[in-house]
Design a protein around this ligand. Structure first.
Ligand SMILES: Cc1cc2nc3c(=O)[nH]c(=O)nc-3n(C[C@H](O)[C@H](O)[C@H](O)COP(=O)(O)O)c2cc1C
Ligand code: SF4
Length: 485
């Protein structure tokens, strides 16, 4: 791809980043109970840095001891060596890395403290109201988390002031009903993030980079609108933040999909649905600090067009970099990218906090050390029955490992249930993935026989060393009267 801007360097304060692509902060779904970095996170970070990403923003990292739910953490000095492993993994391949510092606040499912003890949709347990002394402790603990990030070798921190978490709870008039100096008007509601940034600059040096993720649009009564967001942005620019990452928030995960500007747009949403948020902020802050655009960015051409039109300075990719860690290098070299389906399976897992994330299209997510594929010790004759996504993937992997593979599909085309599944015009994400699989399979060296229904006798006659039966799932048909008409 010929690109003028996407692959050009950019400065975040004193830090030079090699290109305009950032890995969005993304939780891993499962966490070590002691707050240390998961072993699986190290090859995950390495793969994205090696794949060419300029800036890696870590997942949500608990900055304070007010965090009850166990996540990756920076709230104790004992965690510095573990955090260093994370920073080193990014640096090993030339990426810069910021630690996202955060605390769940009222959204903590194990119960915690919030600016105000009120019952709002994303608080599963009624939180206690932070006293003034506790607010001061929150600020100091955030500052100390940044000190630890610096000691661990991070190039900067990102203050997480978005979604329904503690810092956002202070900023939003919807969740902050305090009457002391940490509530009231915008100046009061911004006091916590402002004092955190001042404290970080005092303790880590005035040039230690702090990025800021915040809710530029909240679909809740009295929440931030875009005009308020510009005021928030300007306050934080005056405090010396080095970039802005404007996000959006609604009354809860379930409502995310119905928003005007969905934070994690799914395949039913137009791909550019949330870009106007970054564009609005960029238009009002100009070149004061770089602005990041995110939400459904998949195609390098689309990413370039955002930058070229001056809608943002950096593109921040989340799910697409889960789906394909080599996105940047592939985009640069014009190689085929494994497209994210925007199915949000990963996001549901991230917020279920049960197991490590899985991705529908990338079987190597958090199993990065299994790639590249190792050549097979002995070449086998492999028969794959079924040309849906599972059969295609199995045939491709076996062929790439050096086996002699034949895939049989009873229909006249590959794809299985993806064929009807990608027919509606808004299912272009599924269509792209099907085209990707077909192209990869064709290059893998596997032989494909279409229009052949495999019988037990056929298998006996071929007598393969290995048989893969991938005959697919049965579609679920809801019992709706008249559906067949
Ligand atoms: C699996 C998953 C985990 C996420 N975890 C975080 C997180 O820890 N912190 C955060 O600020 N945003 C988090 N997000 C939101 C992403 O940073 C990003 O804003 C969102 O996914 C939209 O970008 P995308 O369309 O490129 O995925 C998460 C999103 C996903 C999909
Ligand atoms: S394909 Fe689905 S599971 Fe994989 S990154 Fe994209 S949205 Fe997440």
């Amino acid at each position: 791809m010929s690109s003028k801007i996407l692959f050009s360097p950019i400065r975040l304060g004193k830090v030079e980043v090699r290109n305009r692509v950032a890995l969005a902060p993304m939780g891993t779904g499962y966490y070590n109970p002691d707050g240390t970095v998961l072993d699986e996170a190290i090859p995950y970070v390495e793969a994205r840095a090696k794949g060419g990403v300029g800036l890696i923003i870590s997942q949500f990292t608990a900055a304070t001891k007010f965090q009850r739910f166990p996540l990756m953490a920076a709230n104790d000095d004992r965690l510095i060596p573990s955090l260093k492993r994370y920073a080193d993994a990014a640096h090993r391949y030339g990426a810069k890395v910021f630690l996202q510092i955060a605390t769940m606040g009222g959204a903590d499912p194990l119960g915690s403290y919030a600016p105000s003890a009120i019952d709002i949709p994303w608080y599963s347990v009624l939180p206690k109201e932070l006293t003034k002394e506790q607010v001061e402790r929150v600020i100091e603990e955030f500052v100390q988390a940044a000190v630890r990030a610096k000691k661990a070798g991070f190039d900067g921190v990102e203050l997480h002031g978005a979604y329904g978490y503690l810092i956002a709870e202070f900023i939003s008039a919807f969740s902050n009903r305090r009457r002391d100096e940490y509530g009231g008007d915008l100046e009061g509601r911004m006091r916590v993030p402002v004092e955190i940034v001042r404290g970080i600059h005092r303790e880590c040096g005035s040039d230690f980079p702090v990025g800021f993720k915040f809710n530029a649009y909240e679909e809740v009564p009295g929440g931030n609108d875009l005009e308020t967001a510009v005021k928030i942005a300007k306050i934080m620019i005056d405090e010396g933040v080095v970039y802005l990452q404007p996000a959006t928030m609604s009354t809860g995960i379930a409502a995310l999909g119905l928003m005007k500007y969905p934070g994690v747009p799914i395949l039913y949403h137009p791909r550019d649905i949330s870009i106007p948020v970054a564009e609005y902020i960029k238009r009002h802050v100009g070149d004061a600090v770089p602005v990041m655009a995110f939400g459904g960015i998949k195609d390098p051409e689309f990413a370039e067009s955002i930058l070229a039109a001056g809608k943002a300075d950096i593109v921040c990719l989340g799910r697409q970099l889960l789906a394909d860690p080599e996105w940047v290098n592939k985009a640069k070299e014009g190689r085929r990218i494994r497209p994210c389906l925007r199915c949000n399976v990963c996001h549901y897992e991230a917020v279920a906090w049960v197991r490590i994330l899985a991705c529908t299209v990338n079987p190597y997510l958090f199993r990065e050390s299994e790639e590249p594929l190792k050549p097979a010790a002995r070449r086998k004759r492999v028969v794959v029955v079924g040309g849906g996504p599972a059969g295609m993937m199995a045939a491709m992997v076996a062929a790439r490992r050096g086996h002699e593979v034949t895939l049989y599909e009873k229909e006249k085309e590959l794809g299985g249930l993806m064929v009807p599944g990608c027919r509606p015009p808004f299912k272009s994400d599924v269509r792209e993935f099907l085209e990707y699989l077909k192209a990869e399979l064709a290059e893998s060296g596997a032989e494909v026989k279409l229009g052949v229904e495999v019988t037990p006798n056929m298998v006996r006659n071929i007598s393969p060393d290995a048989l893969v039966v991938a005959i697919g799932a049965k579609p679920v048909r809801p019992e709706i009267k008249g559906l067949d008409k």
